[in-house]
Write a protein that binds this ligand. Structure first.
Ligand code: 13P
Length: 259
């Protein structure tokens, strides 16, 4: 990994932890982590929307270095969009990172590359960092279509962005067959796909953006496999689901350097 790219490890809590549980989890994580950890790794947690105000207050009052993130947002600034959350509402709560286009949103809630692209732009317009997700299904991998699927998702997700914008964002490669299954891509496969993601950025947005953009791997990341994943040259971090729900296991992942 190039020195200029600070690793970023993010916990995607999905639809887990009410606001009381969320407070406990973040407090425990804060106690487990040392200030040195934050010097070498950026750490973000992405709780459900209903927890965000509580976690914002906690992070602010205890001057925690844990970054606050969200799991989704709408692309419009405001309007008649029942049930949706505007990016500016998140920015107002000191949310710094927003996961966009997670495979669960694409597969279960009909998000398309076009809506994902609008969301990426809206997040950037509100001075937050998108974590753009991409990844193939098992079927696509078996049919040797993994590269084409991911290339298209990255190209279309970033369409219309300047190289300068792309250099600041995060892209998460998450093979769908490895999510919540306990099955991880081998470090070599994960590396190959993360390198592919960077190559797409290089072709569409130039060398500067490709060398600066941070690429996370996601899919059954655990304390036991993080070291090997992070030793790969094109893997700059991890997007962690299940193992981020417990402060102990998430802290062990963040502290991969000490293993
Ligand atoms: P798991 O770590 O539970 O496999 O989830 C990965 C994920 O989808 C993170 O966004």
């Amino acid at each position: 990994m190039a020195d200029s790219r600070k690793p970023i490890i993010s916990g995607n809590w999905k639809m887990h932890h009410n606001h009381f549980e969320a407070i406990q989890c973040v407090q425990k994580l804060h106690y487990r982590l040392e200030s040195d950890d934050f010097a070498s790794v950026e750490v973000t947690v992405h709780p459900p929307f209903t927890d965000i105000r509580s976690i914002q207050t906690l992070i602010e009052s205890d001057k925690m270095k844990i970054g606050l993130g969200a799991q989704n947002c709408h692309w419009e600034e405001k309007g008649a969009f029942t049930g949706e959350i505007a990016p500016a509402m998140l920015a107002k709560l000191d949310v710094g990172h927003v996961i966009v286009g997670h495979s669960e949103r694409r597969e279960l809630f009909g998000e398309t590359d076009d809506s994902v692209n609008k969301k990426v732009k809206a997040v950037i317009a509100n001075s937050m960092v998108p974590i753009l997700c991409c990844g193939e299904t098992l079927e696509e991998r078996q049919q040797s279509m993994a590269e084409a699927k991911v290339q298209g998702q990255v190209r279309e997700g970033l369409a219309g962005l300047s190289g300068e914008m792309v250099s600041k964002l995060v892209i998460a490669y998450e093979p769908i067959w490895a999510i919540g299954t306990g099955e991880t891509a081998t470090a070599e496969d994960a590396q190959a796909m993360c390198a592919e993601v960077r190559q797409v950025v290089r072709e569409a947005h130039g060398d500067k953006a490709a060398d600066a953009v941070r690429v996370q791997y996601g899919g059954s990341v655990k304390p036991g496999n993080i070291v090997e994943l992070m030793s790969q040259p094109d893997i700059d971090g991890a997007l962690v689901g299940g193992a981020s729900l417990e402060a102990d296991s998430f802290a062990a992942i963040v502290q991969y350097r000490n293993h």
